[in-house]
Design a protein around this ligand. Structure first.
Ligand SMILES: [Zn+2]
Length: 270
């Protein structure tokens, strides 16, 4: 499933081709996505894409009158192709540009989305309640600490809750807690401010590293066969249950938290 780093790398990959281009046509071959693609998407035609932004895992193509909101769901990817490129199975939507290129959304499982919102996209119900972006100054140890007071939720679930901070998927939650030496099951309200400072830094670093690595491994968004894949980081705990801890050699344990695989070192994480 594309996580925040993959979505950010996709945004960076497509932005140079889209920014400043005029939308000529929106071709919807399959409107049955996670939410139906609205007929109003056609209002995007003749509009100039002013900016390509990301909020959580949504990509926003902003025009003067409104924005196209794209989401990659479980299996979606975006490519920039010449107009007239052969249509493959699961190529559900084309956003045709006046530059002779198009942006194509390919999504076998159709959990992705393509929506149109007039005015400020941040006010759309999908975006309005999202917490701070992890890689901005809006996300700090203070915001996390304040929100956590009185919370008995396990810290791992707390940092994976989009209301507290967006984009900390399961892999990144596992890795940042390991690096911070915090036990994933510890109650969020029972963690000091000093430890939240460490955790905040590690969340930012883990995500930033994944984006940097993704930028080097999946940079080609303009090949028909070059499906942007999903990159594998050097992971210290995720997927390593039963193997020795990279720090102390103790065997890593696995538990389920909120149905998600949670791997940690009982010696290094308290
Ligand atoms: Zn250890």
């Amino acid at each position: 499933m594309p996580e925040l780093p993959e979505v950010e790398v996709s945004r960076q990959g497509i932005a140079p081709f889209l920014t400043g281009a005029t939308i000529k046509q929106v071709i919807v071959r399959e409107p049955r996505m996670r939410w139906p693609v609205p007929d109003s998407i056609q209002e995007a035609c003749a509009q100039v894409i002013e900016r390509v932004e990301r909020r959580a895992k949504y990509i926003l193509l902003r025009t003067q009158v409104g924005s196209i909101i794209l989401h990659l769901g479980m299996s979606g990817n975006l490519r920039v192709l010449p107009v007239g490129s052969e249509v493959q199975k699961h190529d559900h939507i084309d956003i045709v540009l006046n530059s002779g290129q198009l942006l194509r959304l390919h999504d076998p499982r159709r959990f992705g989305a393509c929506l149109w919102v007039k005015g400020e996209p941040e006010l759309h119900p999908l975006l309005a309640k999202l917490g701070p972006e992890p890689l901005t100054t809006d996300f700090s140890d203070e915001t996390l600490f304040e929100r956590s007071r009185g919370r008995k939720t396990a810290v791992k679930q707390f940092i994976m809750d989009n209301a507290n901070v967006v984009g900390v998927g399961n892999i990144y939650a596992n890795e940042s807690l390991f690096r911070s030496g915090i036990h994933p099951k510890r109650a969020a309200g029972n963690i000091s401010k000093a430890r939240y400072q460490i955790l905040t830094e590690h969340i930012k670093t883990v995500l930033a590293e994944a984006i940097t690595q993704g930028g080097t491994t999946l940079k080609d968004f303009t090949k028909a066969d070059g499906k942007p894949g999903y990159f594998v980081q050097q992971l210290a705990v995720y997927g390593r249950a039963g193997l020795p801890c990279t720090h102390c050699g103790n065997t890593l344990q696995e538990i389920r938290l909120g149905q998600r695989s949670t791997v940690f070192c009982a010696q290094c994480q308290r």
